[in-house]
Design a protein around this ligand. Structure first.
Ligand code: GLC
Length: 427
């Protein structure tokens, strides 16, 4: 035994995070919600080339001039919240400060923000927070760990072309700045259900060891709002102190976009995905996924026990794009009829099949047939089925069981976006 070892302070990372009762309640609420809307809005929206535009070449000194011209005349937080509420989403996640470093809320840490730095002078986050609270929508805040403008931010993998003096590199000052902003966000805008970090990957741990000092930052969040969840889009298995696990552009367990591959944890899960291609508004990006594709994606994530955080890039004038509004309306219509099989459910007890997946609520198992090849649907699970009926009409569905599982015998090949059969399982 090393003499005096007992007197040494424990390193932060070794301290075990014990989630509070408030956090556990938020986690449960979050997992029941299943559907949220992501909003990427900032001065980058003005260039109409997505939220990474600054990284692709313009000098920060030129780019930042856009702030002085930012006047989203048609912005109406109530209209956004109405459209989102009507879509069946239960929460929003709003970009308070993206990688370009512009704050979409009133911060006292610098003038590069929506109130002090633009002619608009309105705290859009405050307006959104109030509109969400009025309608019972929960509020999550996206916050970028990296910054392509500030000189004190230690240069990472990205943002090398912005003309920033990267020799300054004052982590202490930058860390203090972030924590002061987080304190503002968690003090001035009412209950925040989650802080959603992004940008950790700018300092790839294996190549350039970098200490983001996350435990202390996470503890600050939990101290300021004991029910606030911490999530980090770092594409790794969750770190100590985190409350949800985030997947980007892929459902948990898949890796078609090349950003995943991490283990799926036991924490509540969330997949973020775009309605079209880019997160921030991009003029040429009109390639919206159609309504059936979005609904099926929602069902697929729910089948994996995960939430879908579906993104919209609002326009520079403050409006949500017309196609996005149409998709919100259509998803709302579908969820009003079928939401019972999505909200508050658990994932499927069997792996996703070519024909679809399932969600579960107690002894009710909802079979979601998304893509049937015929009238027989084979469920590869030893289920003890008491009854089977069409979810929409309530009419009985024939089924048979053998040692390989249960087979549903439908009257005709389903053509719906999602044909749902409800099974009642024996206790
Ligand atoms: C990526 C991008 C970022 C976007 C985020 C959303 O990390 O850097 O622009 O905000 O994904 O998931």
């Amino acid at each position: 035994m090393i003499l005096g070892a007992a007197l040494l302070p424990l390193p932060m990372a070794a301290e075990k995070y014990v989630p509070s009762a408030e956090v556990m309640k938020s986690r449960e609420e979050f997992a029941n919600d299943r559907f949220g809307i992501f909003l990427h809005w900032g001065i980058y929206s003005m260039f109409g080339q997505g939220e990474w535009y600054l990284n692709y070449g313009p000098l920060h000194s030129e780019y930042s001039k856009a702030a002085k011209g930012f006047y989203p005349a048609d912005f109406d937080a109530g209209e956004w919240a109405d459209a989102i509420k009507d879509s069946g989403a239960k929460y929003i996640c709003f970009t308070t400060r993206h990688h370009d470093g512009f704050s979409m809320f009133h911060t006292a840490q610098n003038d590069y923000n929506i109130v002090d730095g633009t002619p608009f002078k309105r705290d859009v986050l405050k307006e959104l927070a109030d509109s969400c609270a009025d309608r019972g929508l929960k509020l999550h805040l996206y916050y970028s760990h990296l910054d392509w403008g500030r000189q004190d931010y230690p240069q990472g993998r990205t943002g090398h072309t912005t003309g920033r003096d990267s020799t300054v590199n004052d982590w202490k000052s930058y860390y203090k700045f972030m924590n002061s902003q987080l304190t503002e966000l968690l003090t001035n805008y009412g209950p925040i259900r989650a802080i959603w970090f992004d940008g950790w990957w700018d300092h790839d741990e294996d190549k350039t060891p970098f200490d983001w000092e996350l435990p202390e930052q996470y503890a600050l969040i939990h101290r300021l709002q004991p029910g606030c969840l911490v999530g980090n889009n770092h594409h790794q298995t969750p770190f100590e102190g985190e409350d949800i696990q985030i997947f980007e552009r892929d459902v948990p367990g898949e890796n078609t976009a090349g950003l995943s591959g991490q283990e799926v944890s036991k924490l509540p899960l969330e997949t973020c995905q775009t309605m079209n291609g880019m997160w921030g508004y991009k003029v040429v990006d009109t390639n919206y996924k159609d309504t059936p594709a979005l609904i099926r994606y929602l069902v697929k994530t729910a089948g994996l026990g995960a939430n879908l955080l579906l993104n919209i890039g609002p326009q520079p004038d403050g409006e949500l794009p017309a196609t996005a509004l149409e998709r919100l309306r259509d998803m709302g219509k579908w969820l009003r009829e079928n939401g019972e099989t999505i909200y508050g459910t658990e994932g499927s007890p069997f792996a996703a099949q070519n024909w679809g997946t399932a969600t579960r609520k107690g002894d009710r198992l909802f079979i979601h047939i998304l893509n049937a090849e015929g009238t027989d649907i084979h469920i590869p699970a030893a289920l003890k089925v008491k009854a089977a009926k069409e979810f929409a009409s309530g009419s009985k569905v024939k089924f048979s069981s053998d040692k390989n599982g249960v087979t549903l015998h439908l009257a005709q090949k389903p053509e719906a976006i999602d044909h749902i059969v409800e099974l009642t399982l024996k206790k």
